[in-house]
Design a protein around this ligand. Structure first.
Ligand SMILES: Cc1cc2nc3c(=O)[nH]c(=O)nc-3n(C[C@H](O)[C@H](O)[C@H](O)COP(=O)(O)O)c2cc1C
Length: 179
């Protein structure tokens, strides 16, 4: 059974990430979720535990710590890293190689020959911002695959490109990447 590490950051679209986690599990993948601290303010990580049957974490410190070095253990465990949704903030931190929380640290610790899929989600103006485009370009150079955001109505009331790709499309992409 292939292992998918699902990274989740604090986008309004993270309700779709719960569906994605569920669909991945139902499709035979072993899934573990790592949320940013802000994502865990939008949704309780316990929901990801319920749909994946596996622990969900935001930190490797304090009561959430599971082993001696969770960022290394999780990176070794993963056959693929899927970040959905990826906020502008997380994209910037990944592009810079920061390691200031569990999700960015495990991302850096994941070997670059493993599939790493990034699924951006944000307001269309944010997505078009030069800094965000620069960071996405850098991540592609670093070997990340980017799942193109969709077009349509956004929770902020605007319309345009920036919607998180649909879970079924991300699932298909993961299937392709993990053969
Ligand atoms: C309700 C809500 C929805 C948000 N949706 C998005 C979003 O879709 N995309 C995005 O880039 N930022 C969004 N933000 C802003 C991020 O949450 C903010 O930049 C935060 O610092 C991101 O933290 P993280 O990347 O560590 O999860 C949202 C904030 C709130 C309060």
């Amino acid at each position: 059974m292939k292992h998918v590490l699902l990274g989740v950051s604090a986008s309004v679209s993270l309700y779709k990430a719960c569906d994605l986690a569920s669909q991945l599990s139902q499709s035979g993948f072993e899934v573990r979720a790592v949320l940013t601290a802000n994502a865990a303010k939008l949704v309780n990580p316990q929901l990801f535990e319920a749909v994946t049957g596996n622990p969900a974490q935001t930190s490797e410190w304090g009561p959430e710590r599971r082993g001696a070095m969770d960022h290394i253990d999780l990176a070794r465990w993963a056959d693929a890293l899927v970040v959905a949704p990826a906020t502008a903030d997380l994209i910037a931190r990944l592009a810079l190689g920061l390691a200031d929380d569990l999700l960015t640290t495990v991302s850096l610790a994941t070997e670059t020959d493993k599939p790493r899929l990034l699924c951006p989600a944000m307001n269309p103006v944010m997505l078009a911002a030069p800094a965000v485009q620069r960071h996405l370009g850098r991540l592609m150079e670093d070997g990340w695959q980017i799942e193109e955001p969709g077009e349509g109505h956004m929770a902020c009331g605007e319309a345009g490109r920036g919607r998180l790709s649909e879970p079924v499309a991300i699932l298909e992409r993961v299937r392709e990447l993990l053969g």
